[in-house]
Design a protein around this ligand. Structure first.
Ligand SMILES: Cc1ncc(COP(=O)(O)O)c(C=O)c1O
Length: 347
């Protein structure tokens, strides 16, 4: 069903935003003559170099079309089908990928209940009692989302602890970084501080939610994991023939701090939205606002009234918790207009 979005900018998803003008320009500039397809081109070489500058000199970087593909293929590179992947119950890989991680990796997901979207080491320990026992799946990856699906963020220390815990047990730490830029900005750290320096092994690096048209990257911080990945990516249908158009976008995003400026803006708008909503009677914020998501309980009867004008997602039907997302192009006027409607409706 096509949903008509009435205001030009809503708060349903950072995926609903358009493309940042600088990224659009980069796409247009890359539309110049012929270059070799499938990534053997100067745009891709430069974009990979930018990734290495921001993340790690020896990172192995592969561009793919989308975030689900980045997660599935990255996880596949680190696992065999008798393995298990530990994640939060709220994780995109658990609830929003139509079982793709299970289908393509063959692994069982072991989801952990997590009201704030984060998983803790004490919750992982009980899942490791059967290591070495052939009747049980063997946990191999801890997968976390940064920022999480609940708009919260792992600190560098928390990531380091998870990585050490994983490595001490011959396991890997995977990060679904669809919103890694929002997390880095929230923590006021460089991208490498919450990836390479924290001990992350496999990273899905998001582009679409931070101003790109499409395109994500799978980054390996261990060369061995990347060794056969070019085959995995092709077999997994994520080898873009005209790769230069993803590469050019990443080059733009990682230049002139565009990634940081976009995420800073989105995060700041989330703070404004959260502050305004917290002042509306009957609305209760449910999560810390650490990135660009605002979660709130809105009494059920008001939800369809608001949705008539602003499409947004109900995150938890049981408690009528909804999600609002801000993006690089959200304005204070957009927020004022929306909050005005909320104030008039919810009373
Ligand atoms: C946490 C998270 N990971 C990954 C994705 C990537 O999804 P897609 O396959 O739609 O690009 C999303 C998109 O909503 C997400 O929120």
């Amino acid at each position: 069903m096509t949903k008509e979005v009435k205001p030009s900018r809503s708060f349903a998803s950072d995926n609903n935003a358009g493309v940042h003008p600088a990224v659009m320009e980069a796409i247009a500039a890359a539309n110049d003559g012929h270059v070799i397809a499938y990534g053997d081109d100067p745009y891709t070489a430069r974009a990979v170099e930018m990734f290495r500058k921001h993340l790690a000199r020896d990172a192995e970087v592969f561009f793919v079309f989308g975030g689900t593909g980045a997660n599935v293929l990255g996880l596949k590179a680190g696992t065999r089908s008798h393995n298990a992947i530990i994640c939060a119950q709220t994780a995109h890989i658990n609830v929003d990928e139509c079982g793709a991680p299970e289908k393509f990796t063959g692994c069982k997901l072991l989801p952990i209940a997590s009201p704030d979207g984060k998983i803790k080491i004490d919750q992982i320990k009980p899942l490791l009692h059967e290591v070495g026992f052939e009747h049980h799946v063997q946990p191999r990856v801890i997968s976390v989302s940064q920022a999480t699906e609940m708009g919260t963020v792992y600190t560098p220390r928390e990531l380091k602890n998870l990585a050490k815990f994983a490595h001490d047990r011959e396991m890997l730490l995977h990060v679904d970084g669809a919103r890694i830029a929002n997390a880095a900005v929230s923590l006021n750290v460089k991208l490498k501080e919450i990836t390479k320096d924290a001990g992350v092994d496999i990273l899905s690096f998001g582009g679409a939610k931070n101003g790109m048209m499409y395109g994500e990257a799978v980054v390996f911080f261990d060369k061995d994991l990347a060794r056969e990945f070019k085959y995995t990516r092709k077999q997994g249908t994520h080898l873009p023939s005209k790769m230069r158009f993803i590469s050019a976008q990443f080059e733009a995003l990682l230049s002139n701090n565009l990634w940081r400026r976009n995420a800073e803006h989105a995060n700041r708008m989330a703070q404004v939205l959260a502050r305004e909503l917290s002042l509306v009677p009957h609305i209760t914020l449910t999560q810390k606002v650490e990135a660009n998501g605002v979660f709130a309980v809105v009494p059920k009867r008001y939800v369809p009234l608001l949705q008539k004008q602003y499409f947004f997602y109900v995150w938890n039907e049981e408690i009528s918790e909804v999600r609002f997302m801000t993006s690089f192009d959200t304005t204070e006027e957009d927020i004022a207009e929306f909050v005005d409607l909320v104030r008039k409706t919810v009373k």
